[in-house]
Write a protein of this length. Structure first.
Length: 87
């Protein structure tokens, strides 16, 4: 296997932009999940519908864990490439 990072062809500015983009996307997904869970909790409370509370953990898991699993590795690779260039 090649030891070269897949992001080694990009310049530093492009890497910083990609790192920032993935961080913003990760945060946006997390915030959206928290807001959706909050909305579900409020509507469930107002309508006295306890089945709505069962959806909240699913939204939180998908909205918090998935972005870190999906984009965490990408961000680590980009950061490793940036660190390797400045050593």
């Amino acid at each position: 296997m090649s030891e070269q990072n897949e992001y080694s062809d990009y310049n530093v500015d492009e890497l910083n932009r990609k790192l920032s983009k993935f961080k913003k996307l990760q945060m946006a997904m997390t915030i959206a999940a928290v807001l959706a869970s909050l909305a579900i909790a409020i509507v469930s409370y107002i309508k006295d519908a306890p089945q709505g509370y069962k959806m909240i953990p699913i939204f939180l898991i998908v909205g918090i864990v998935y972005p870190y699993l999906a984009f965490g590795g990408i961000r680590k690779k980009i950061q490793a490439e940036l660190d390797a260039r400045f050593e």
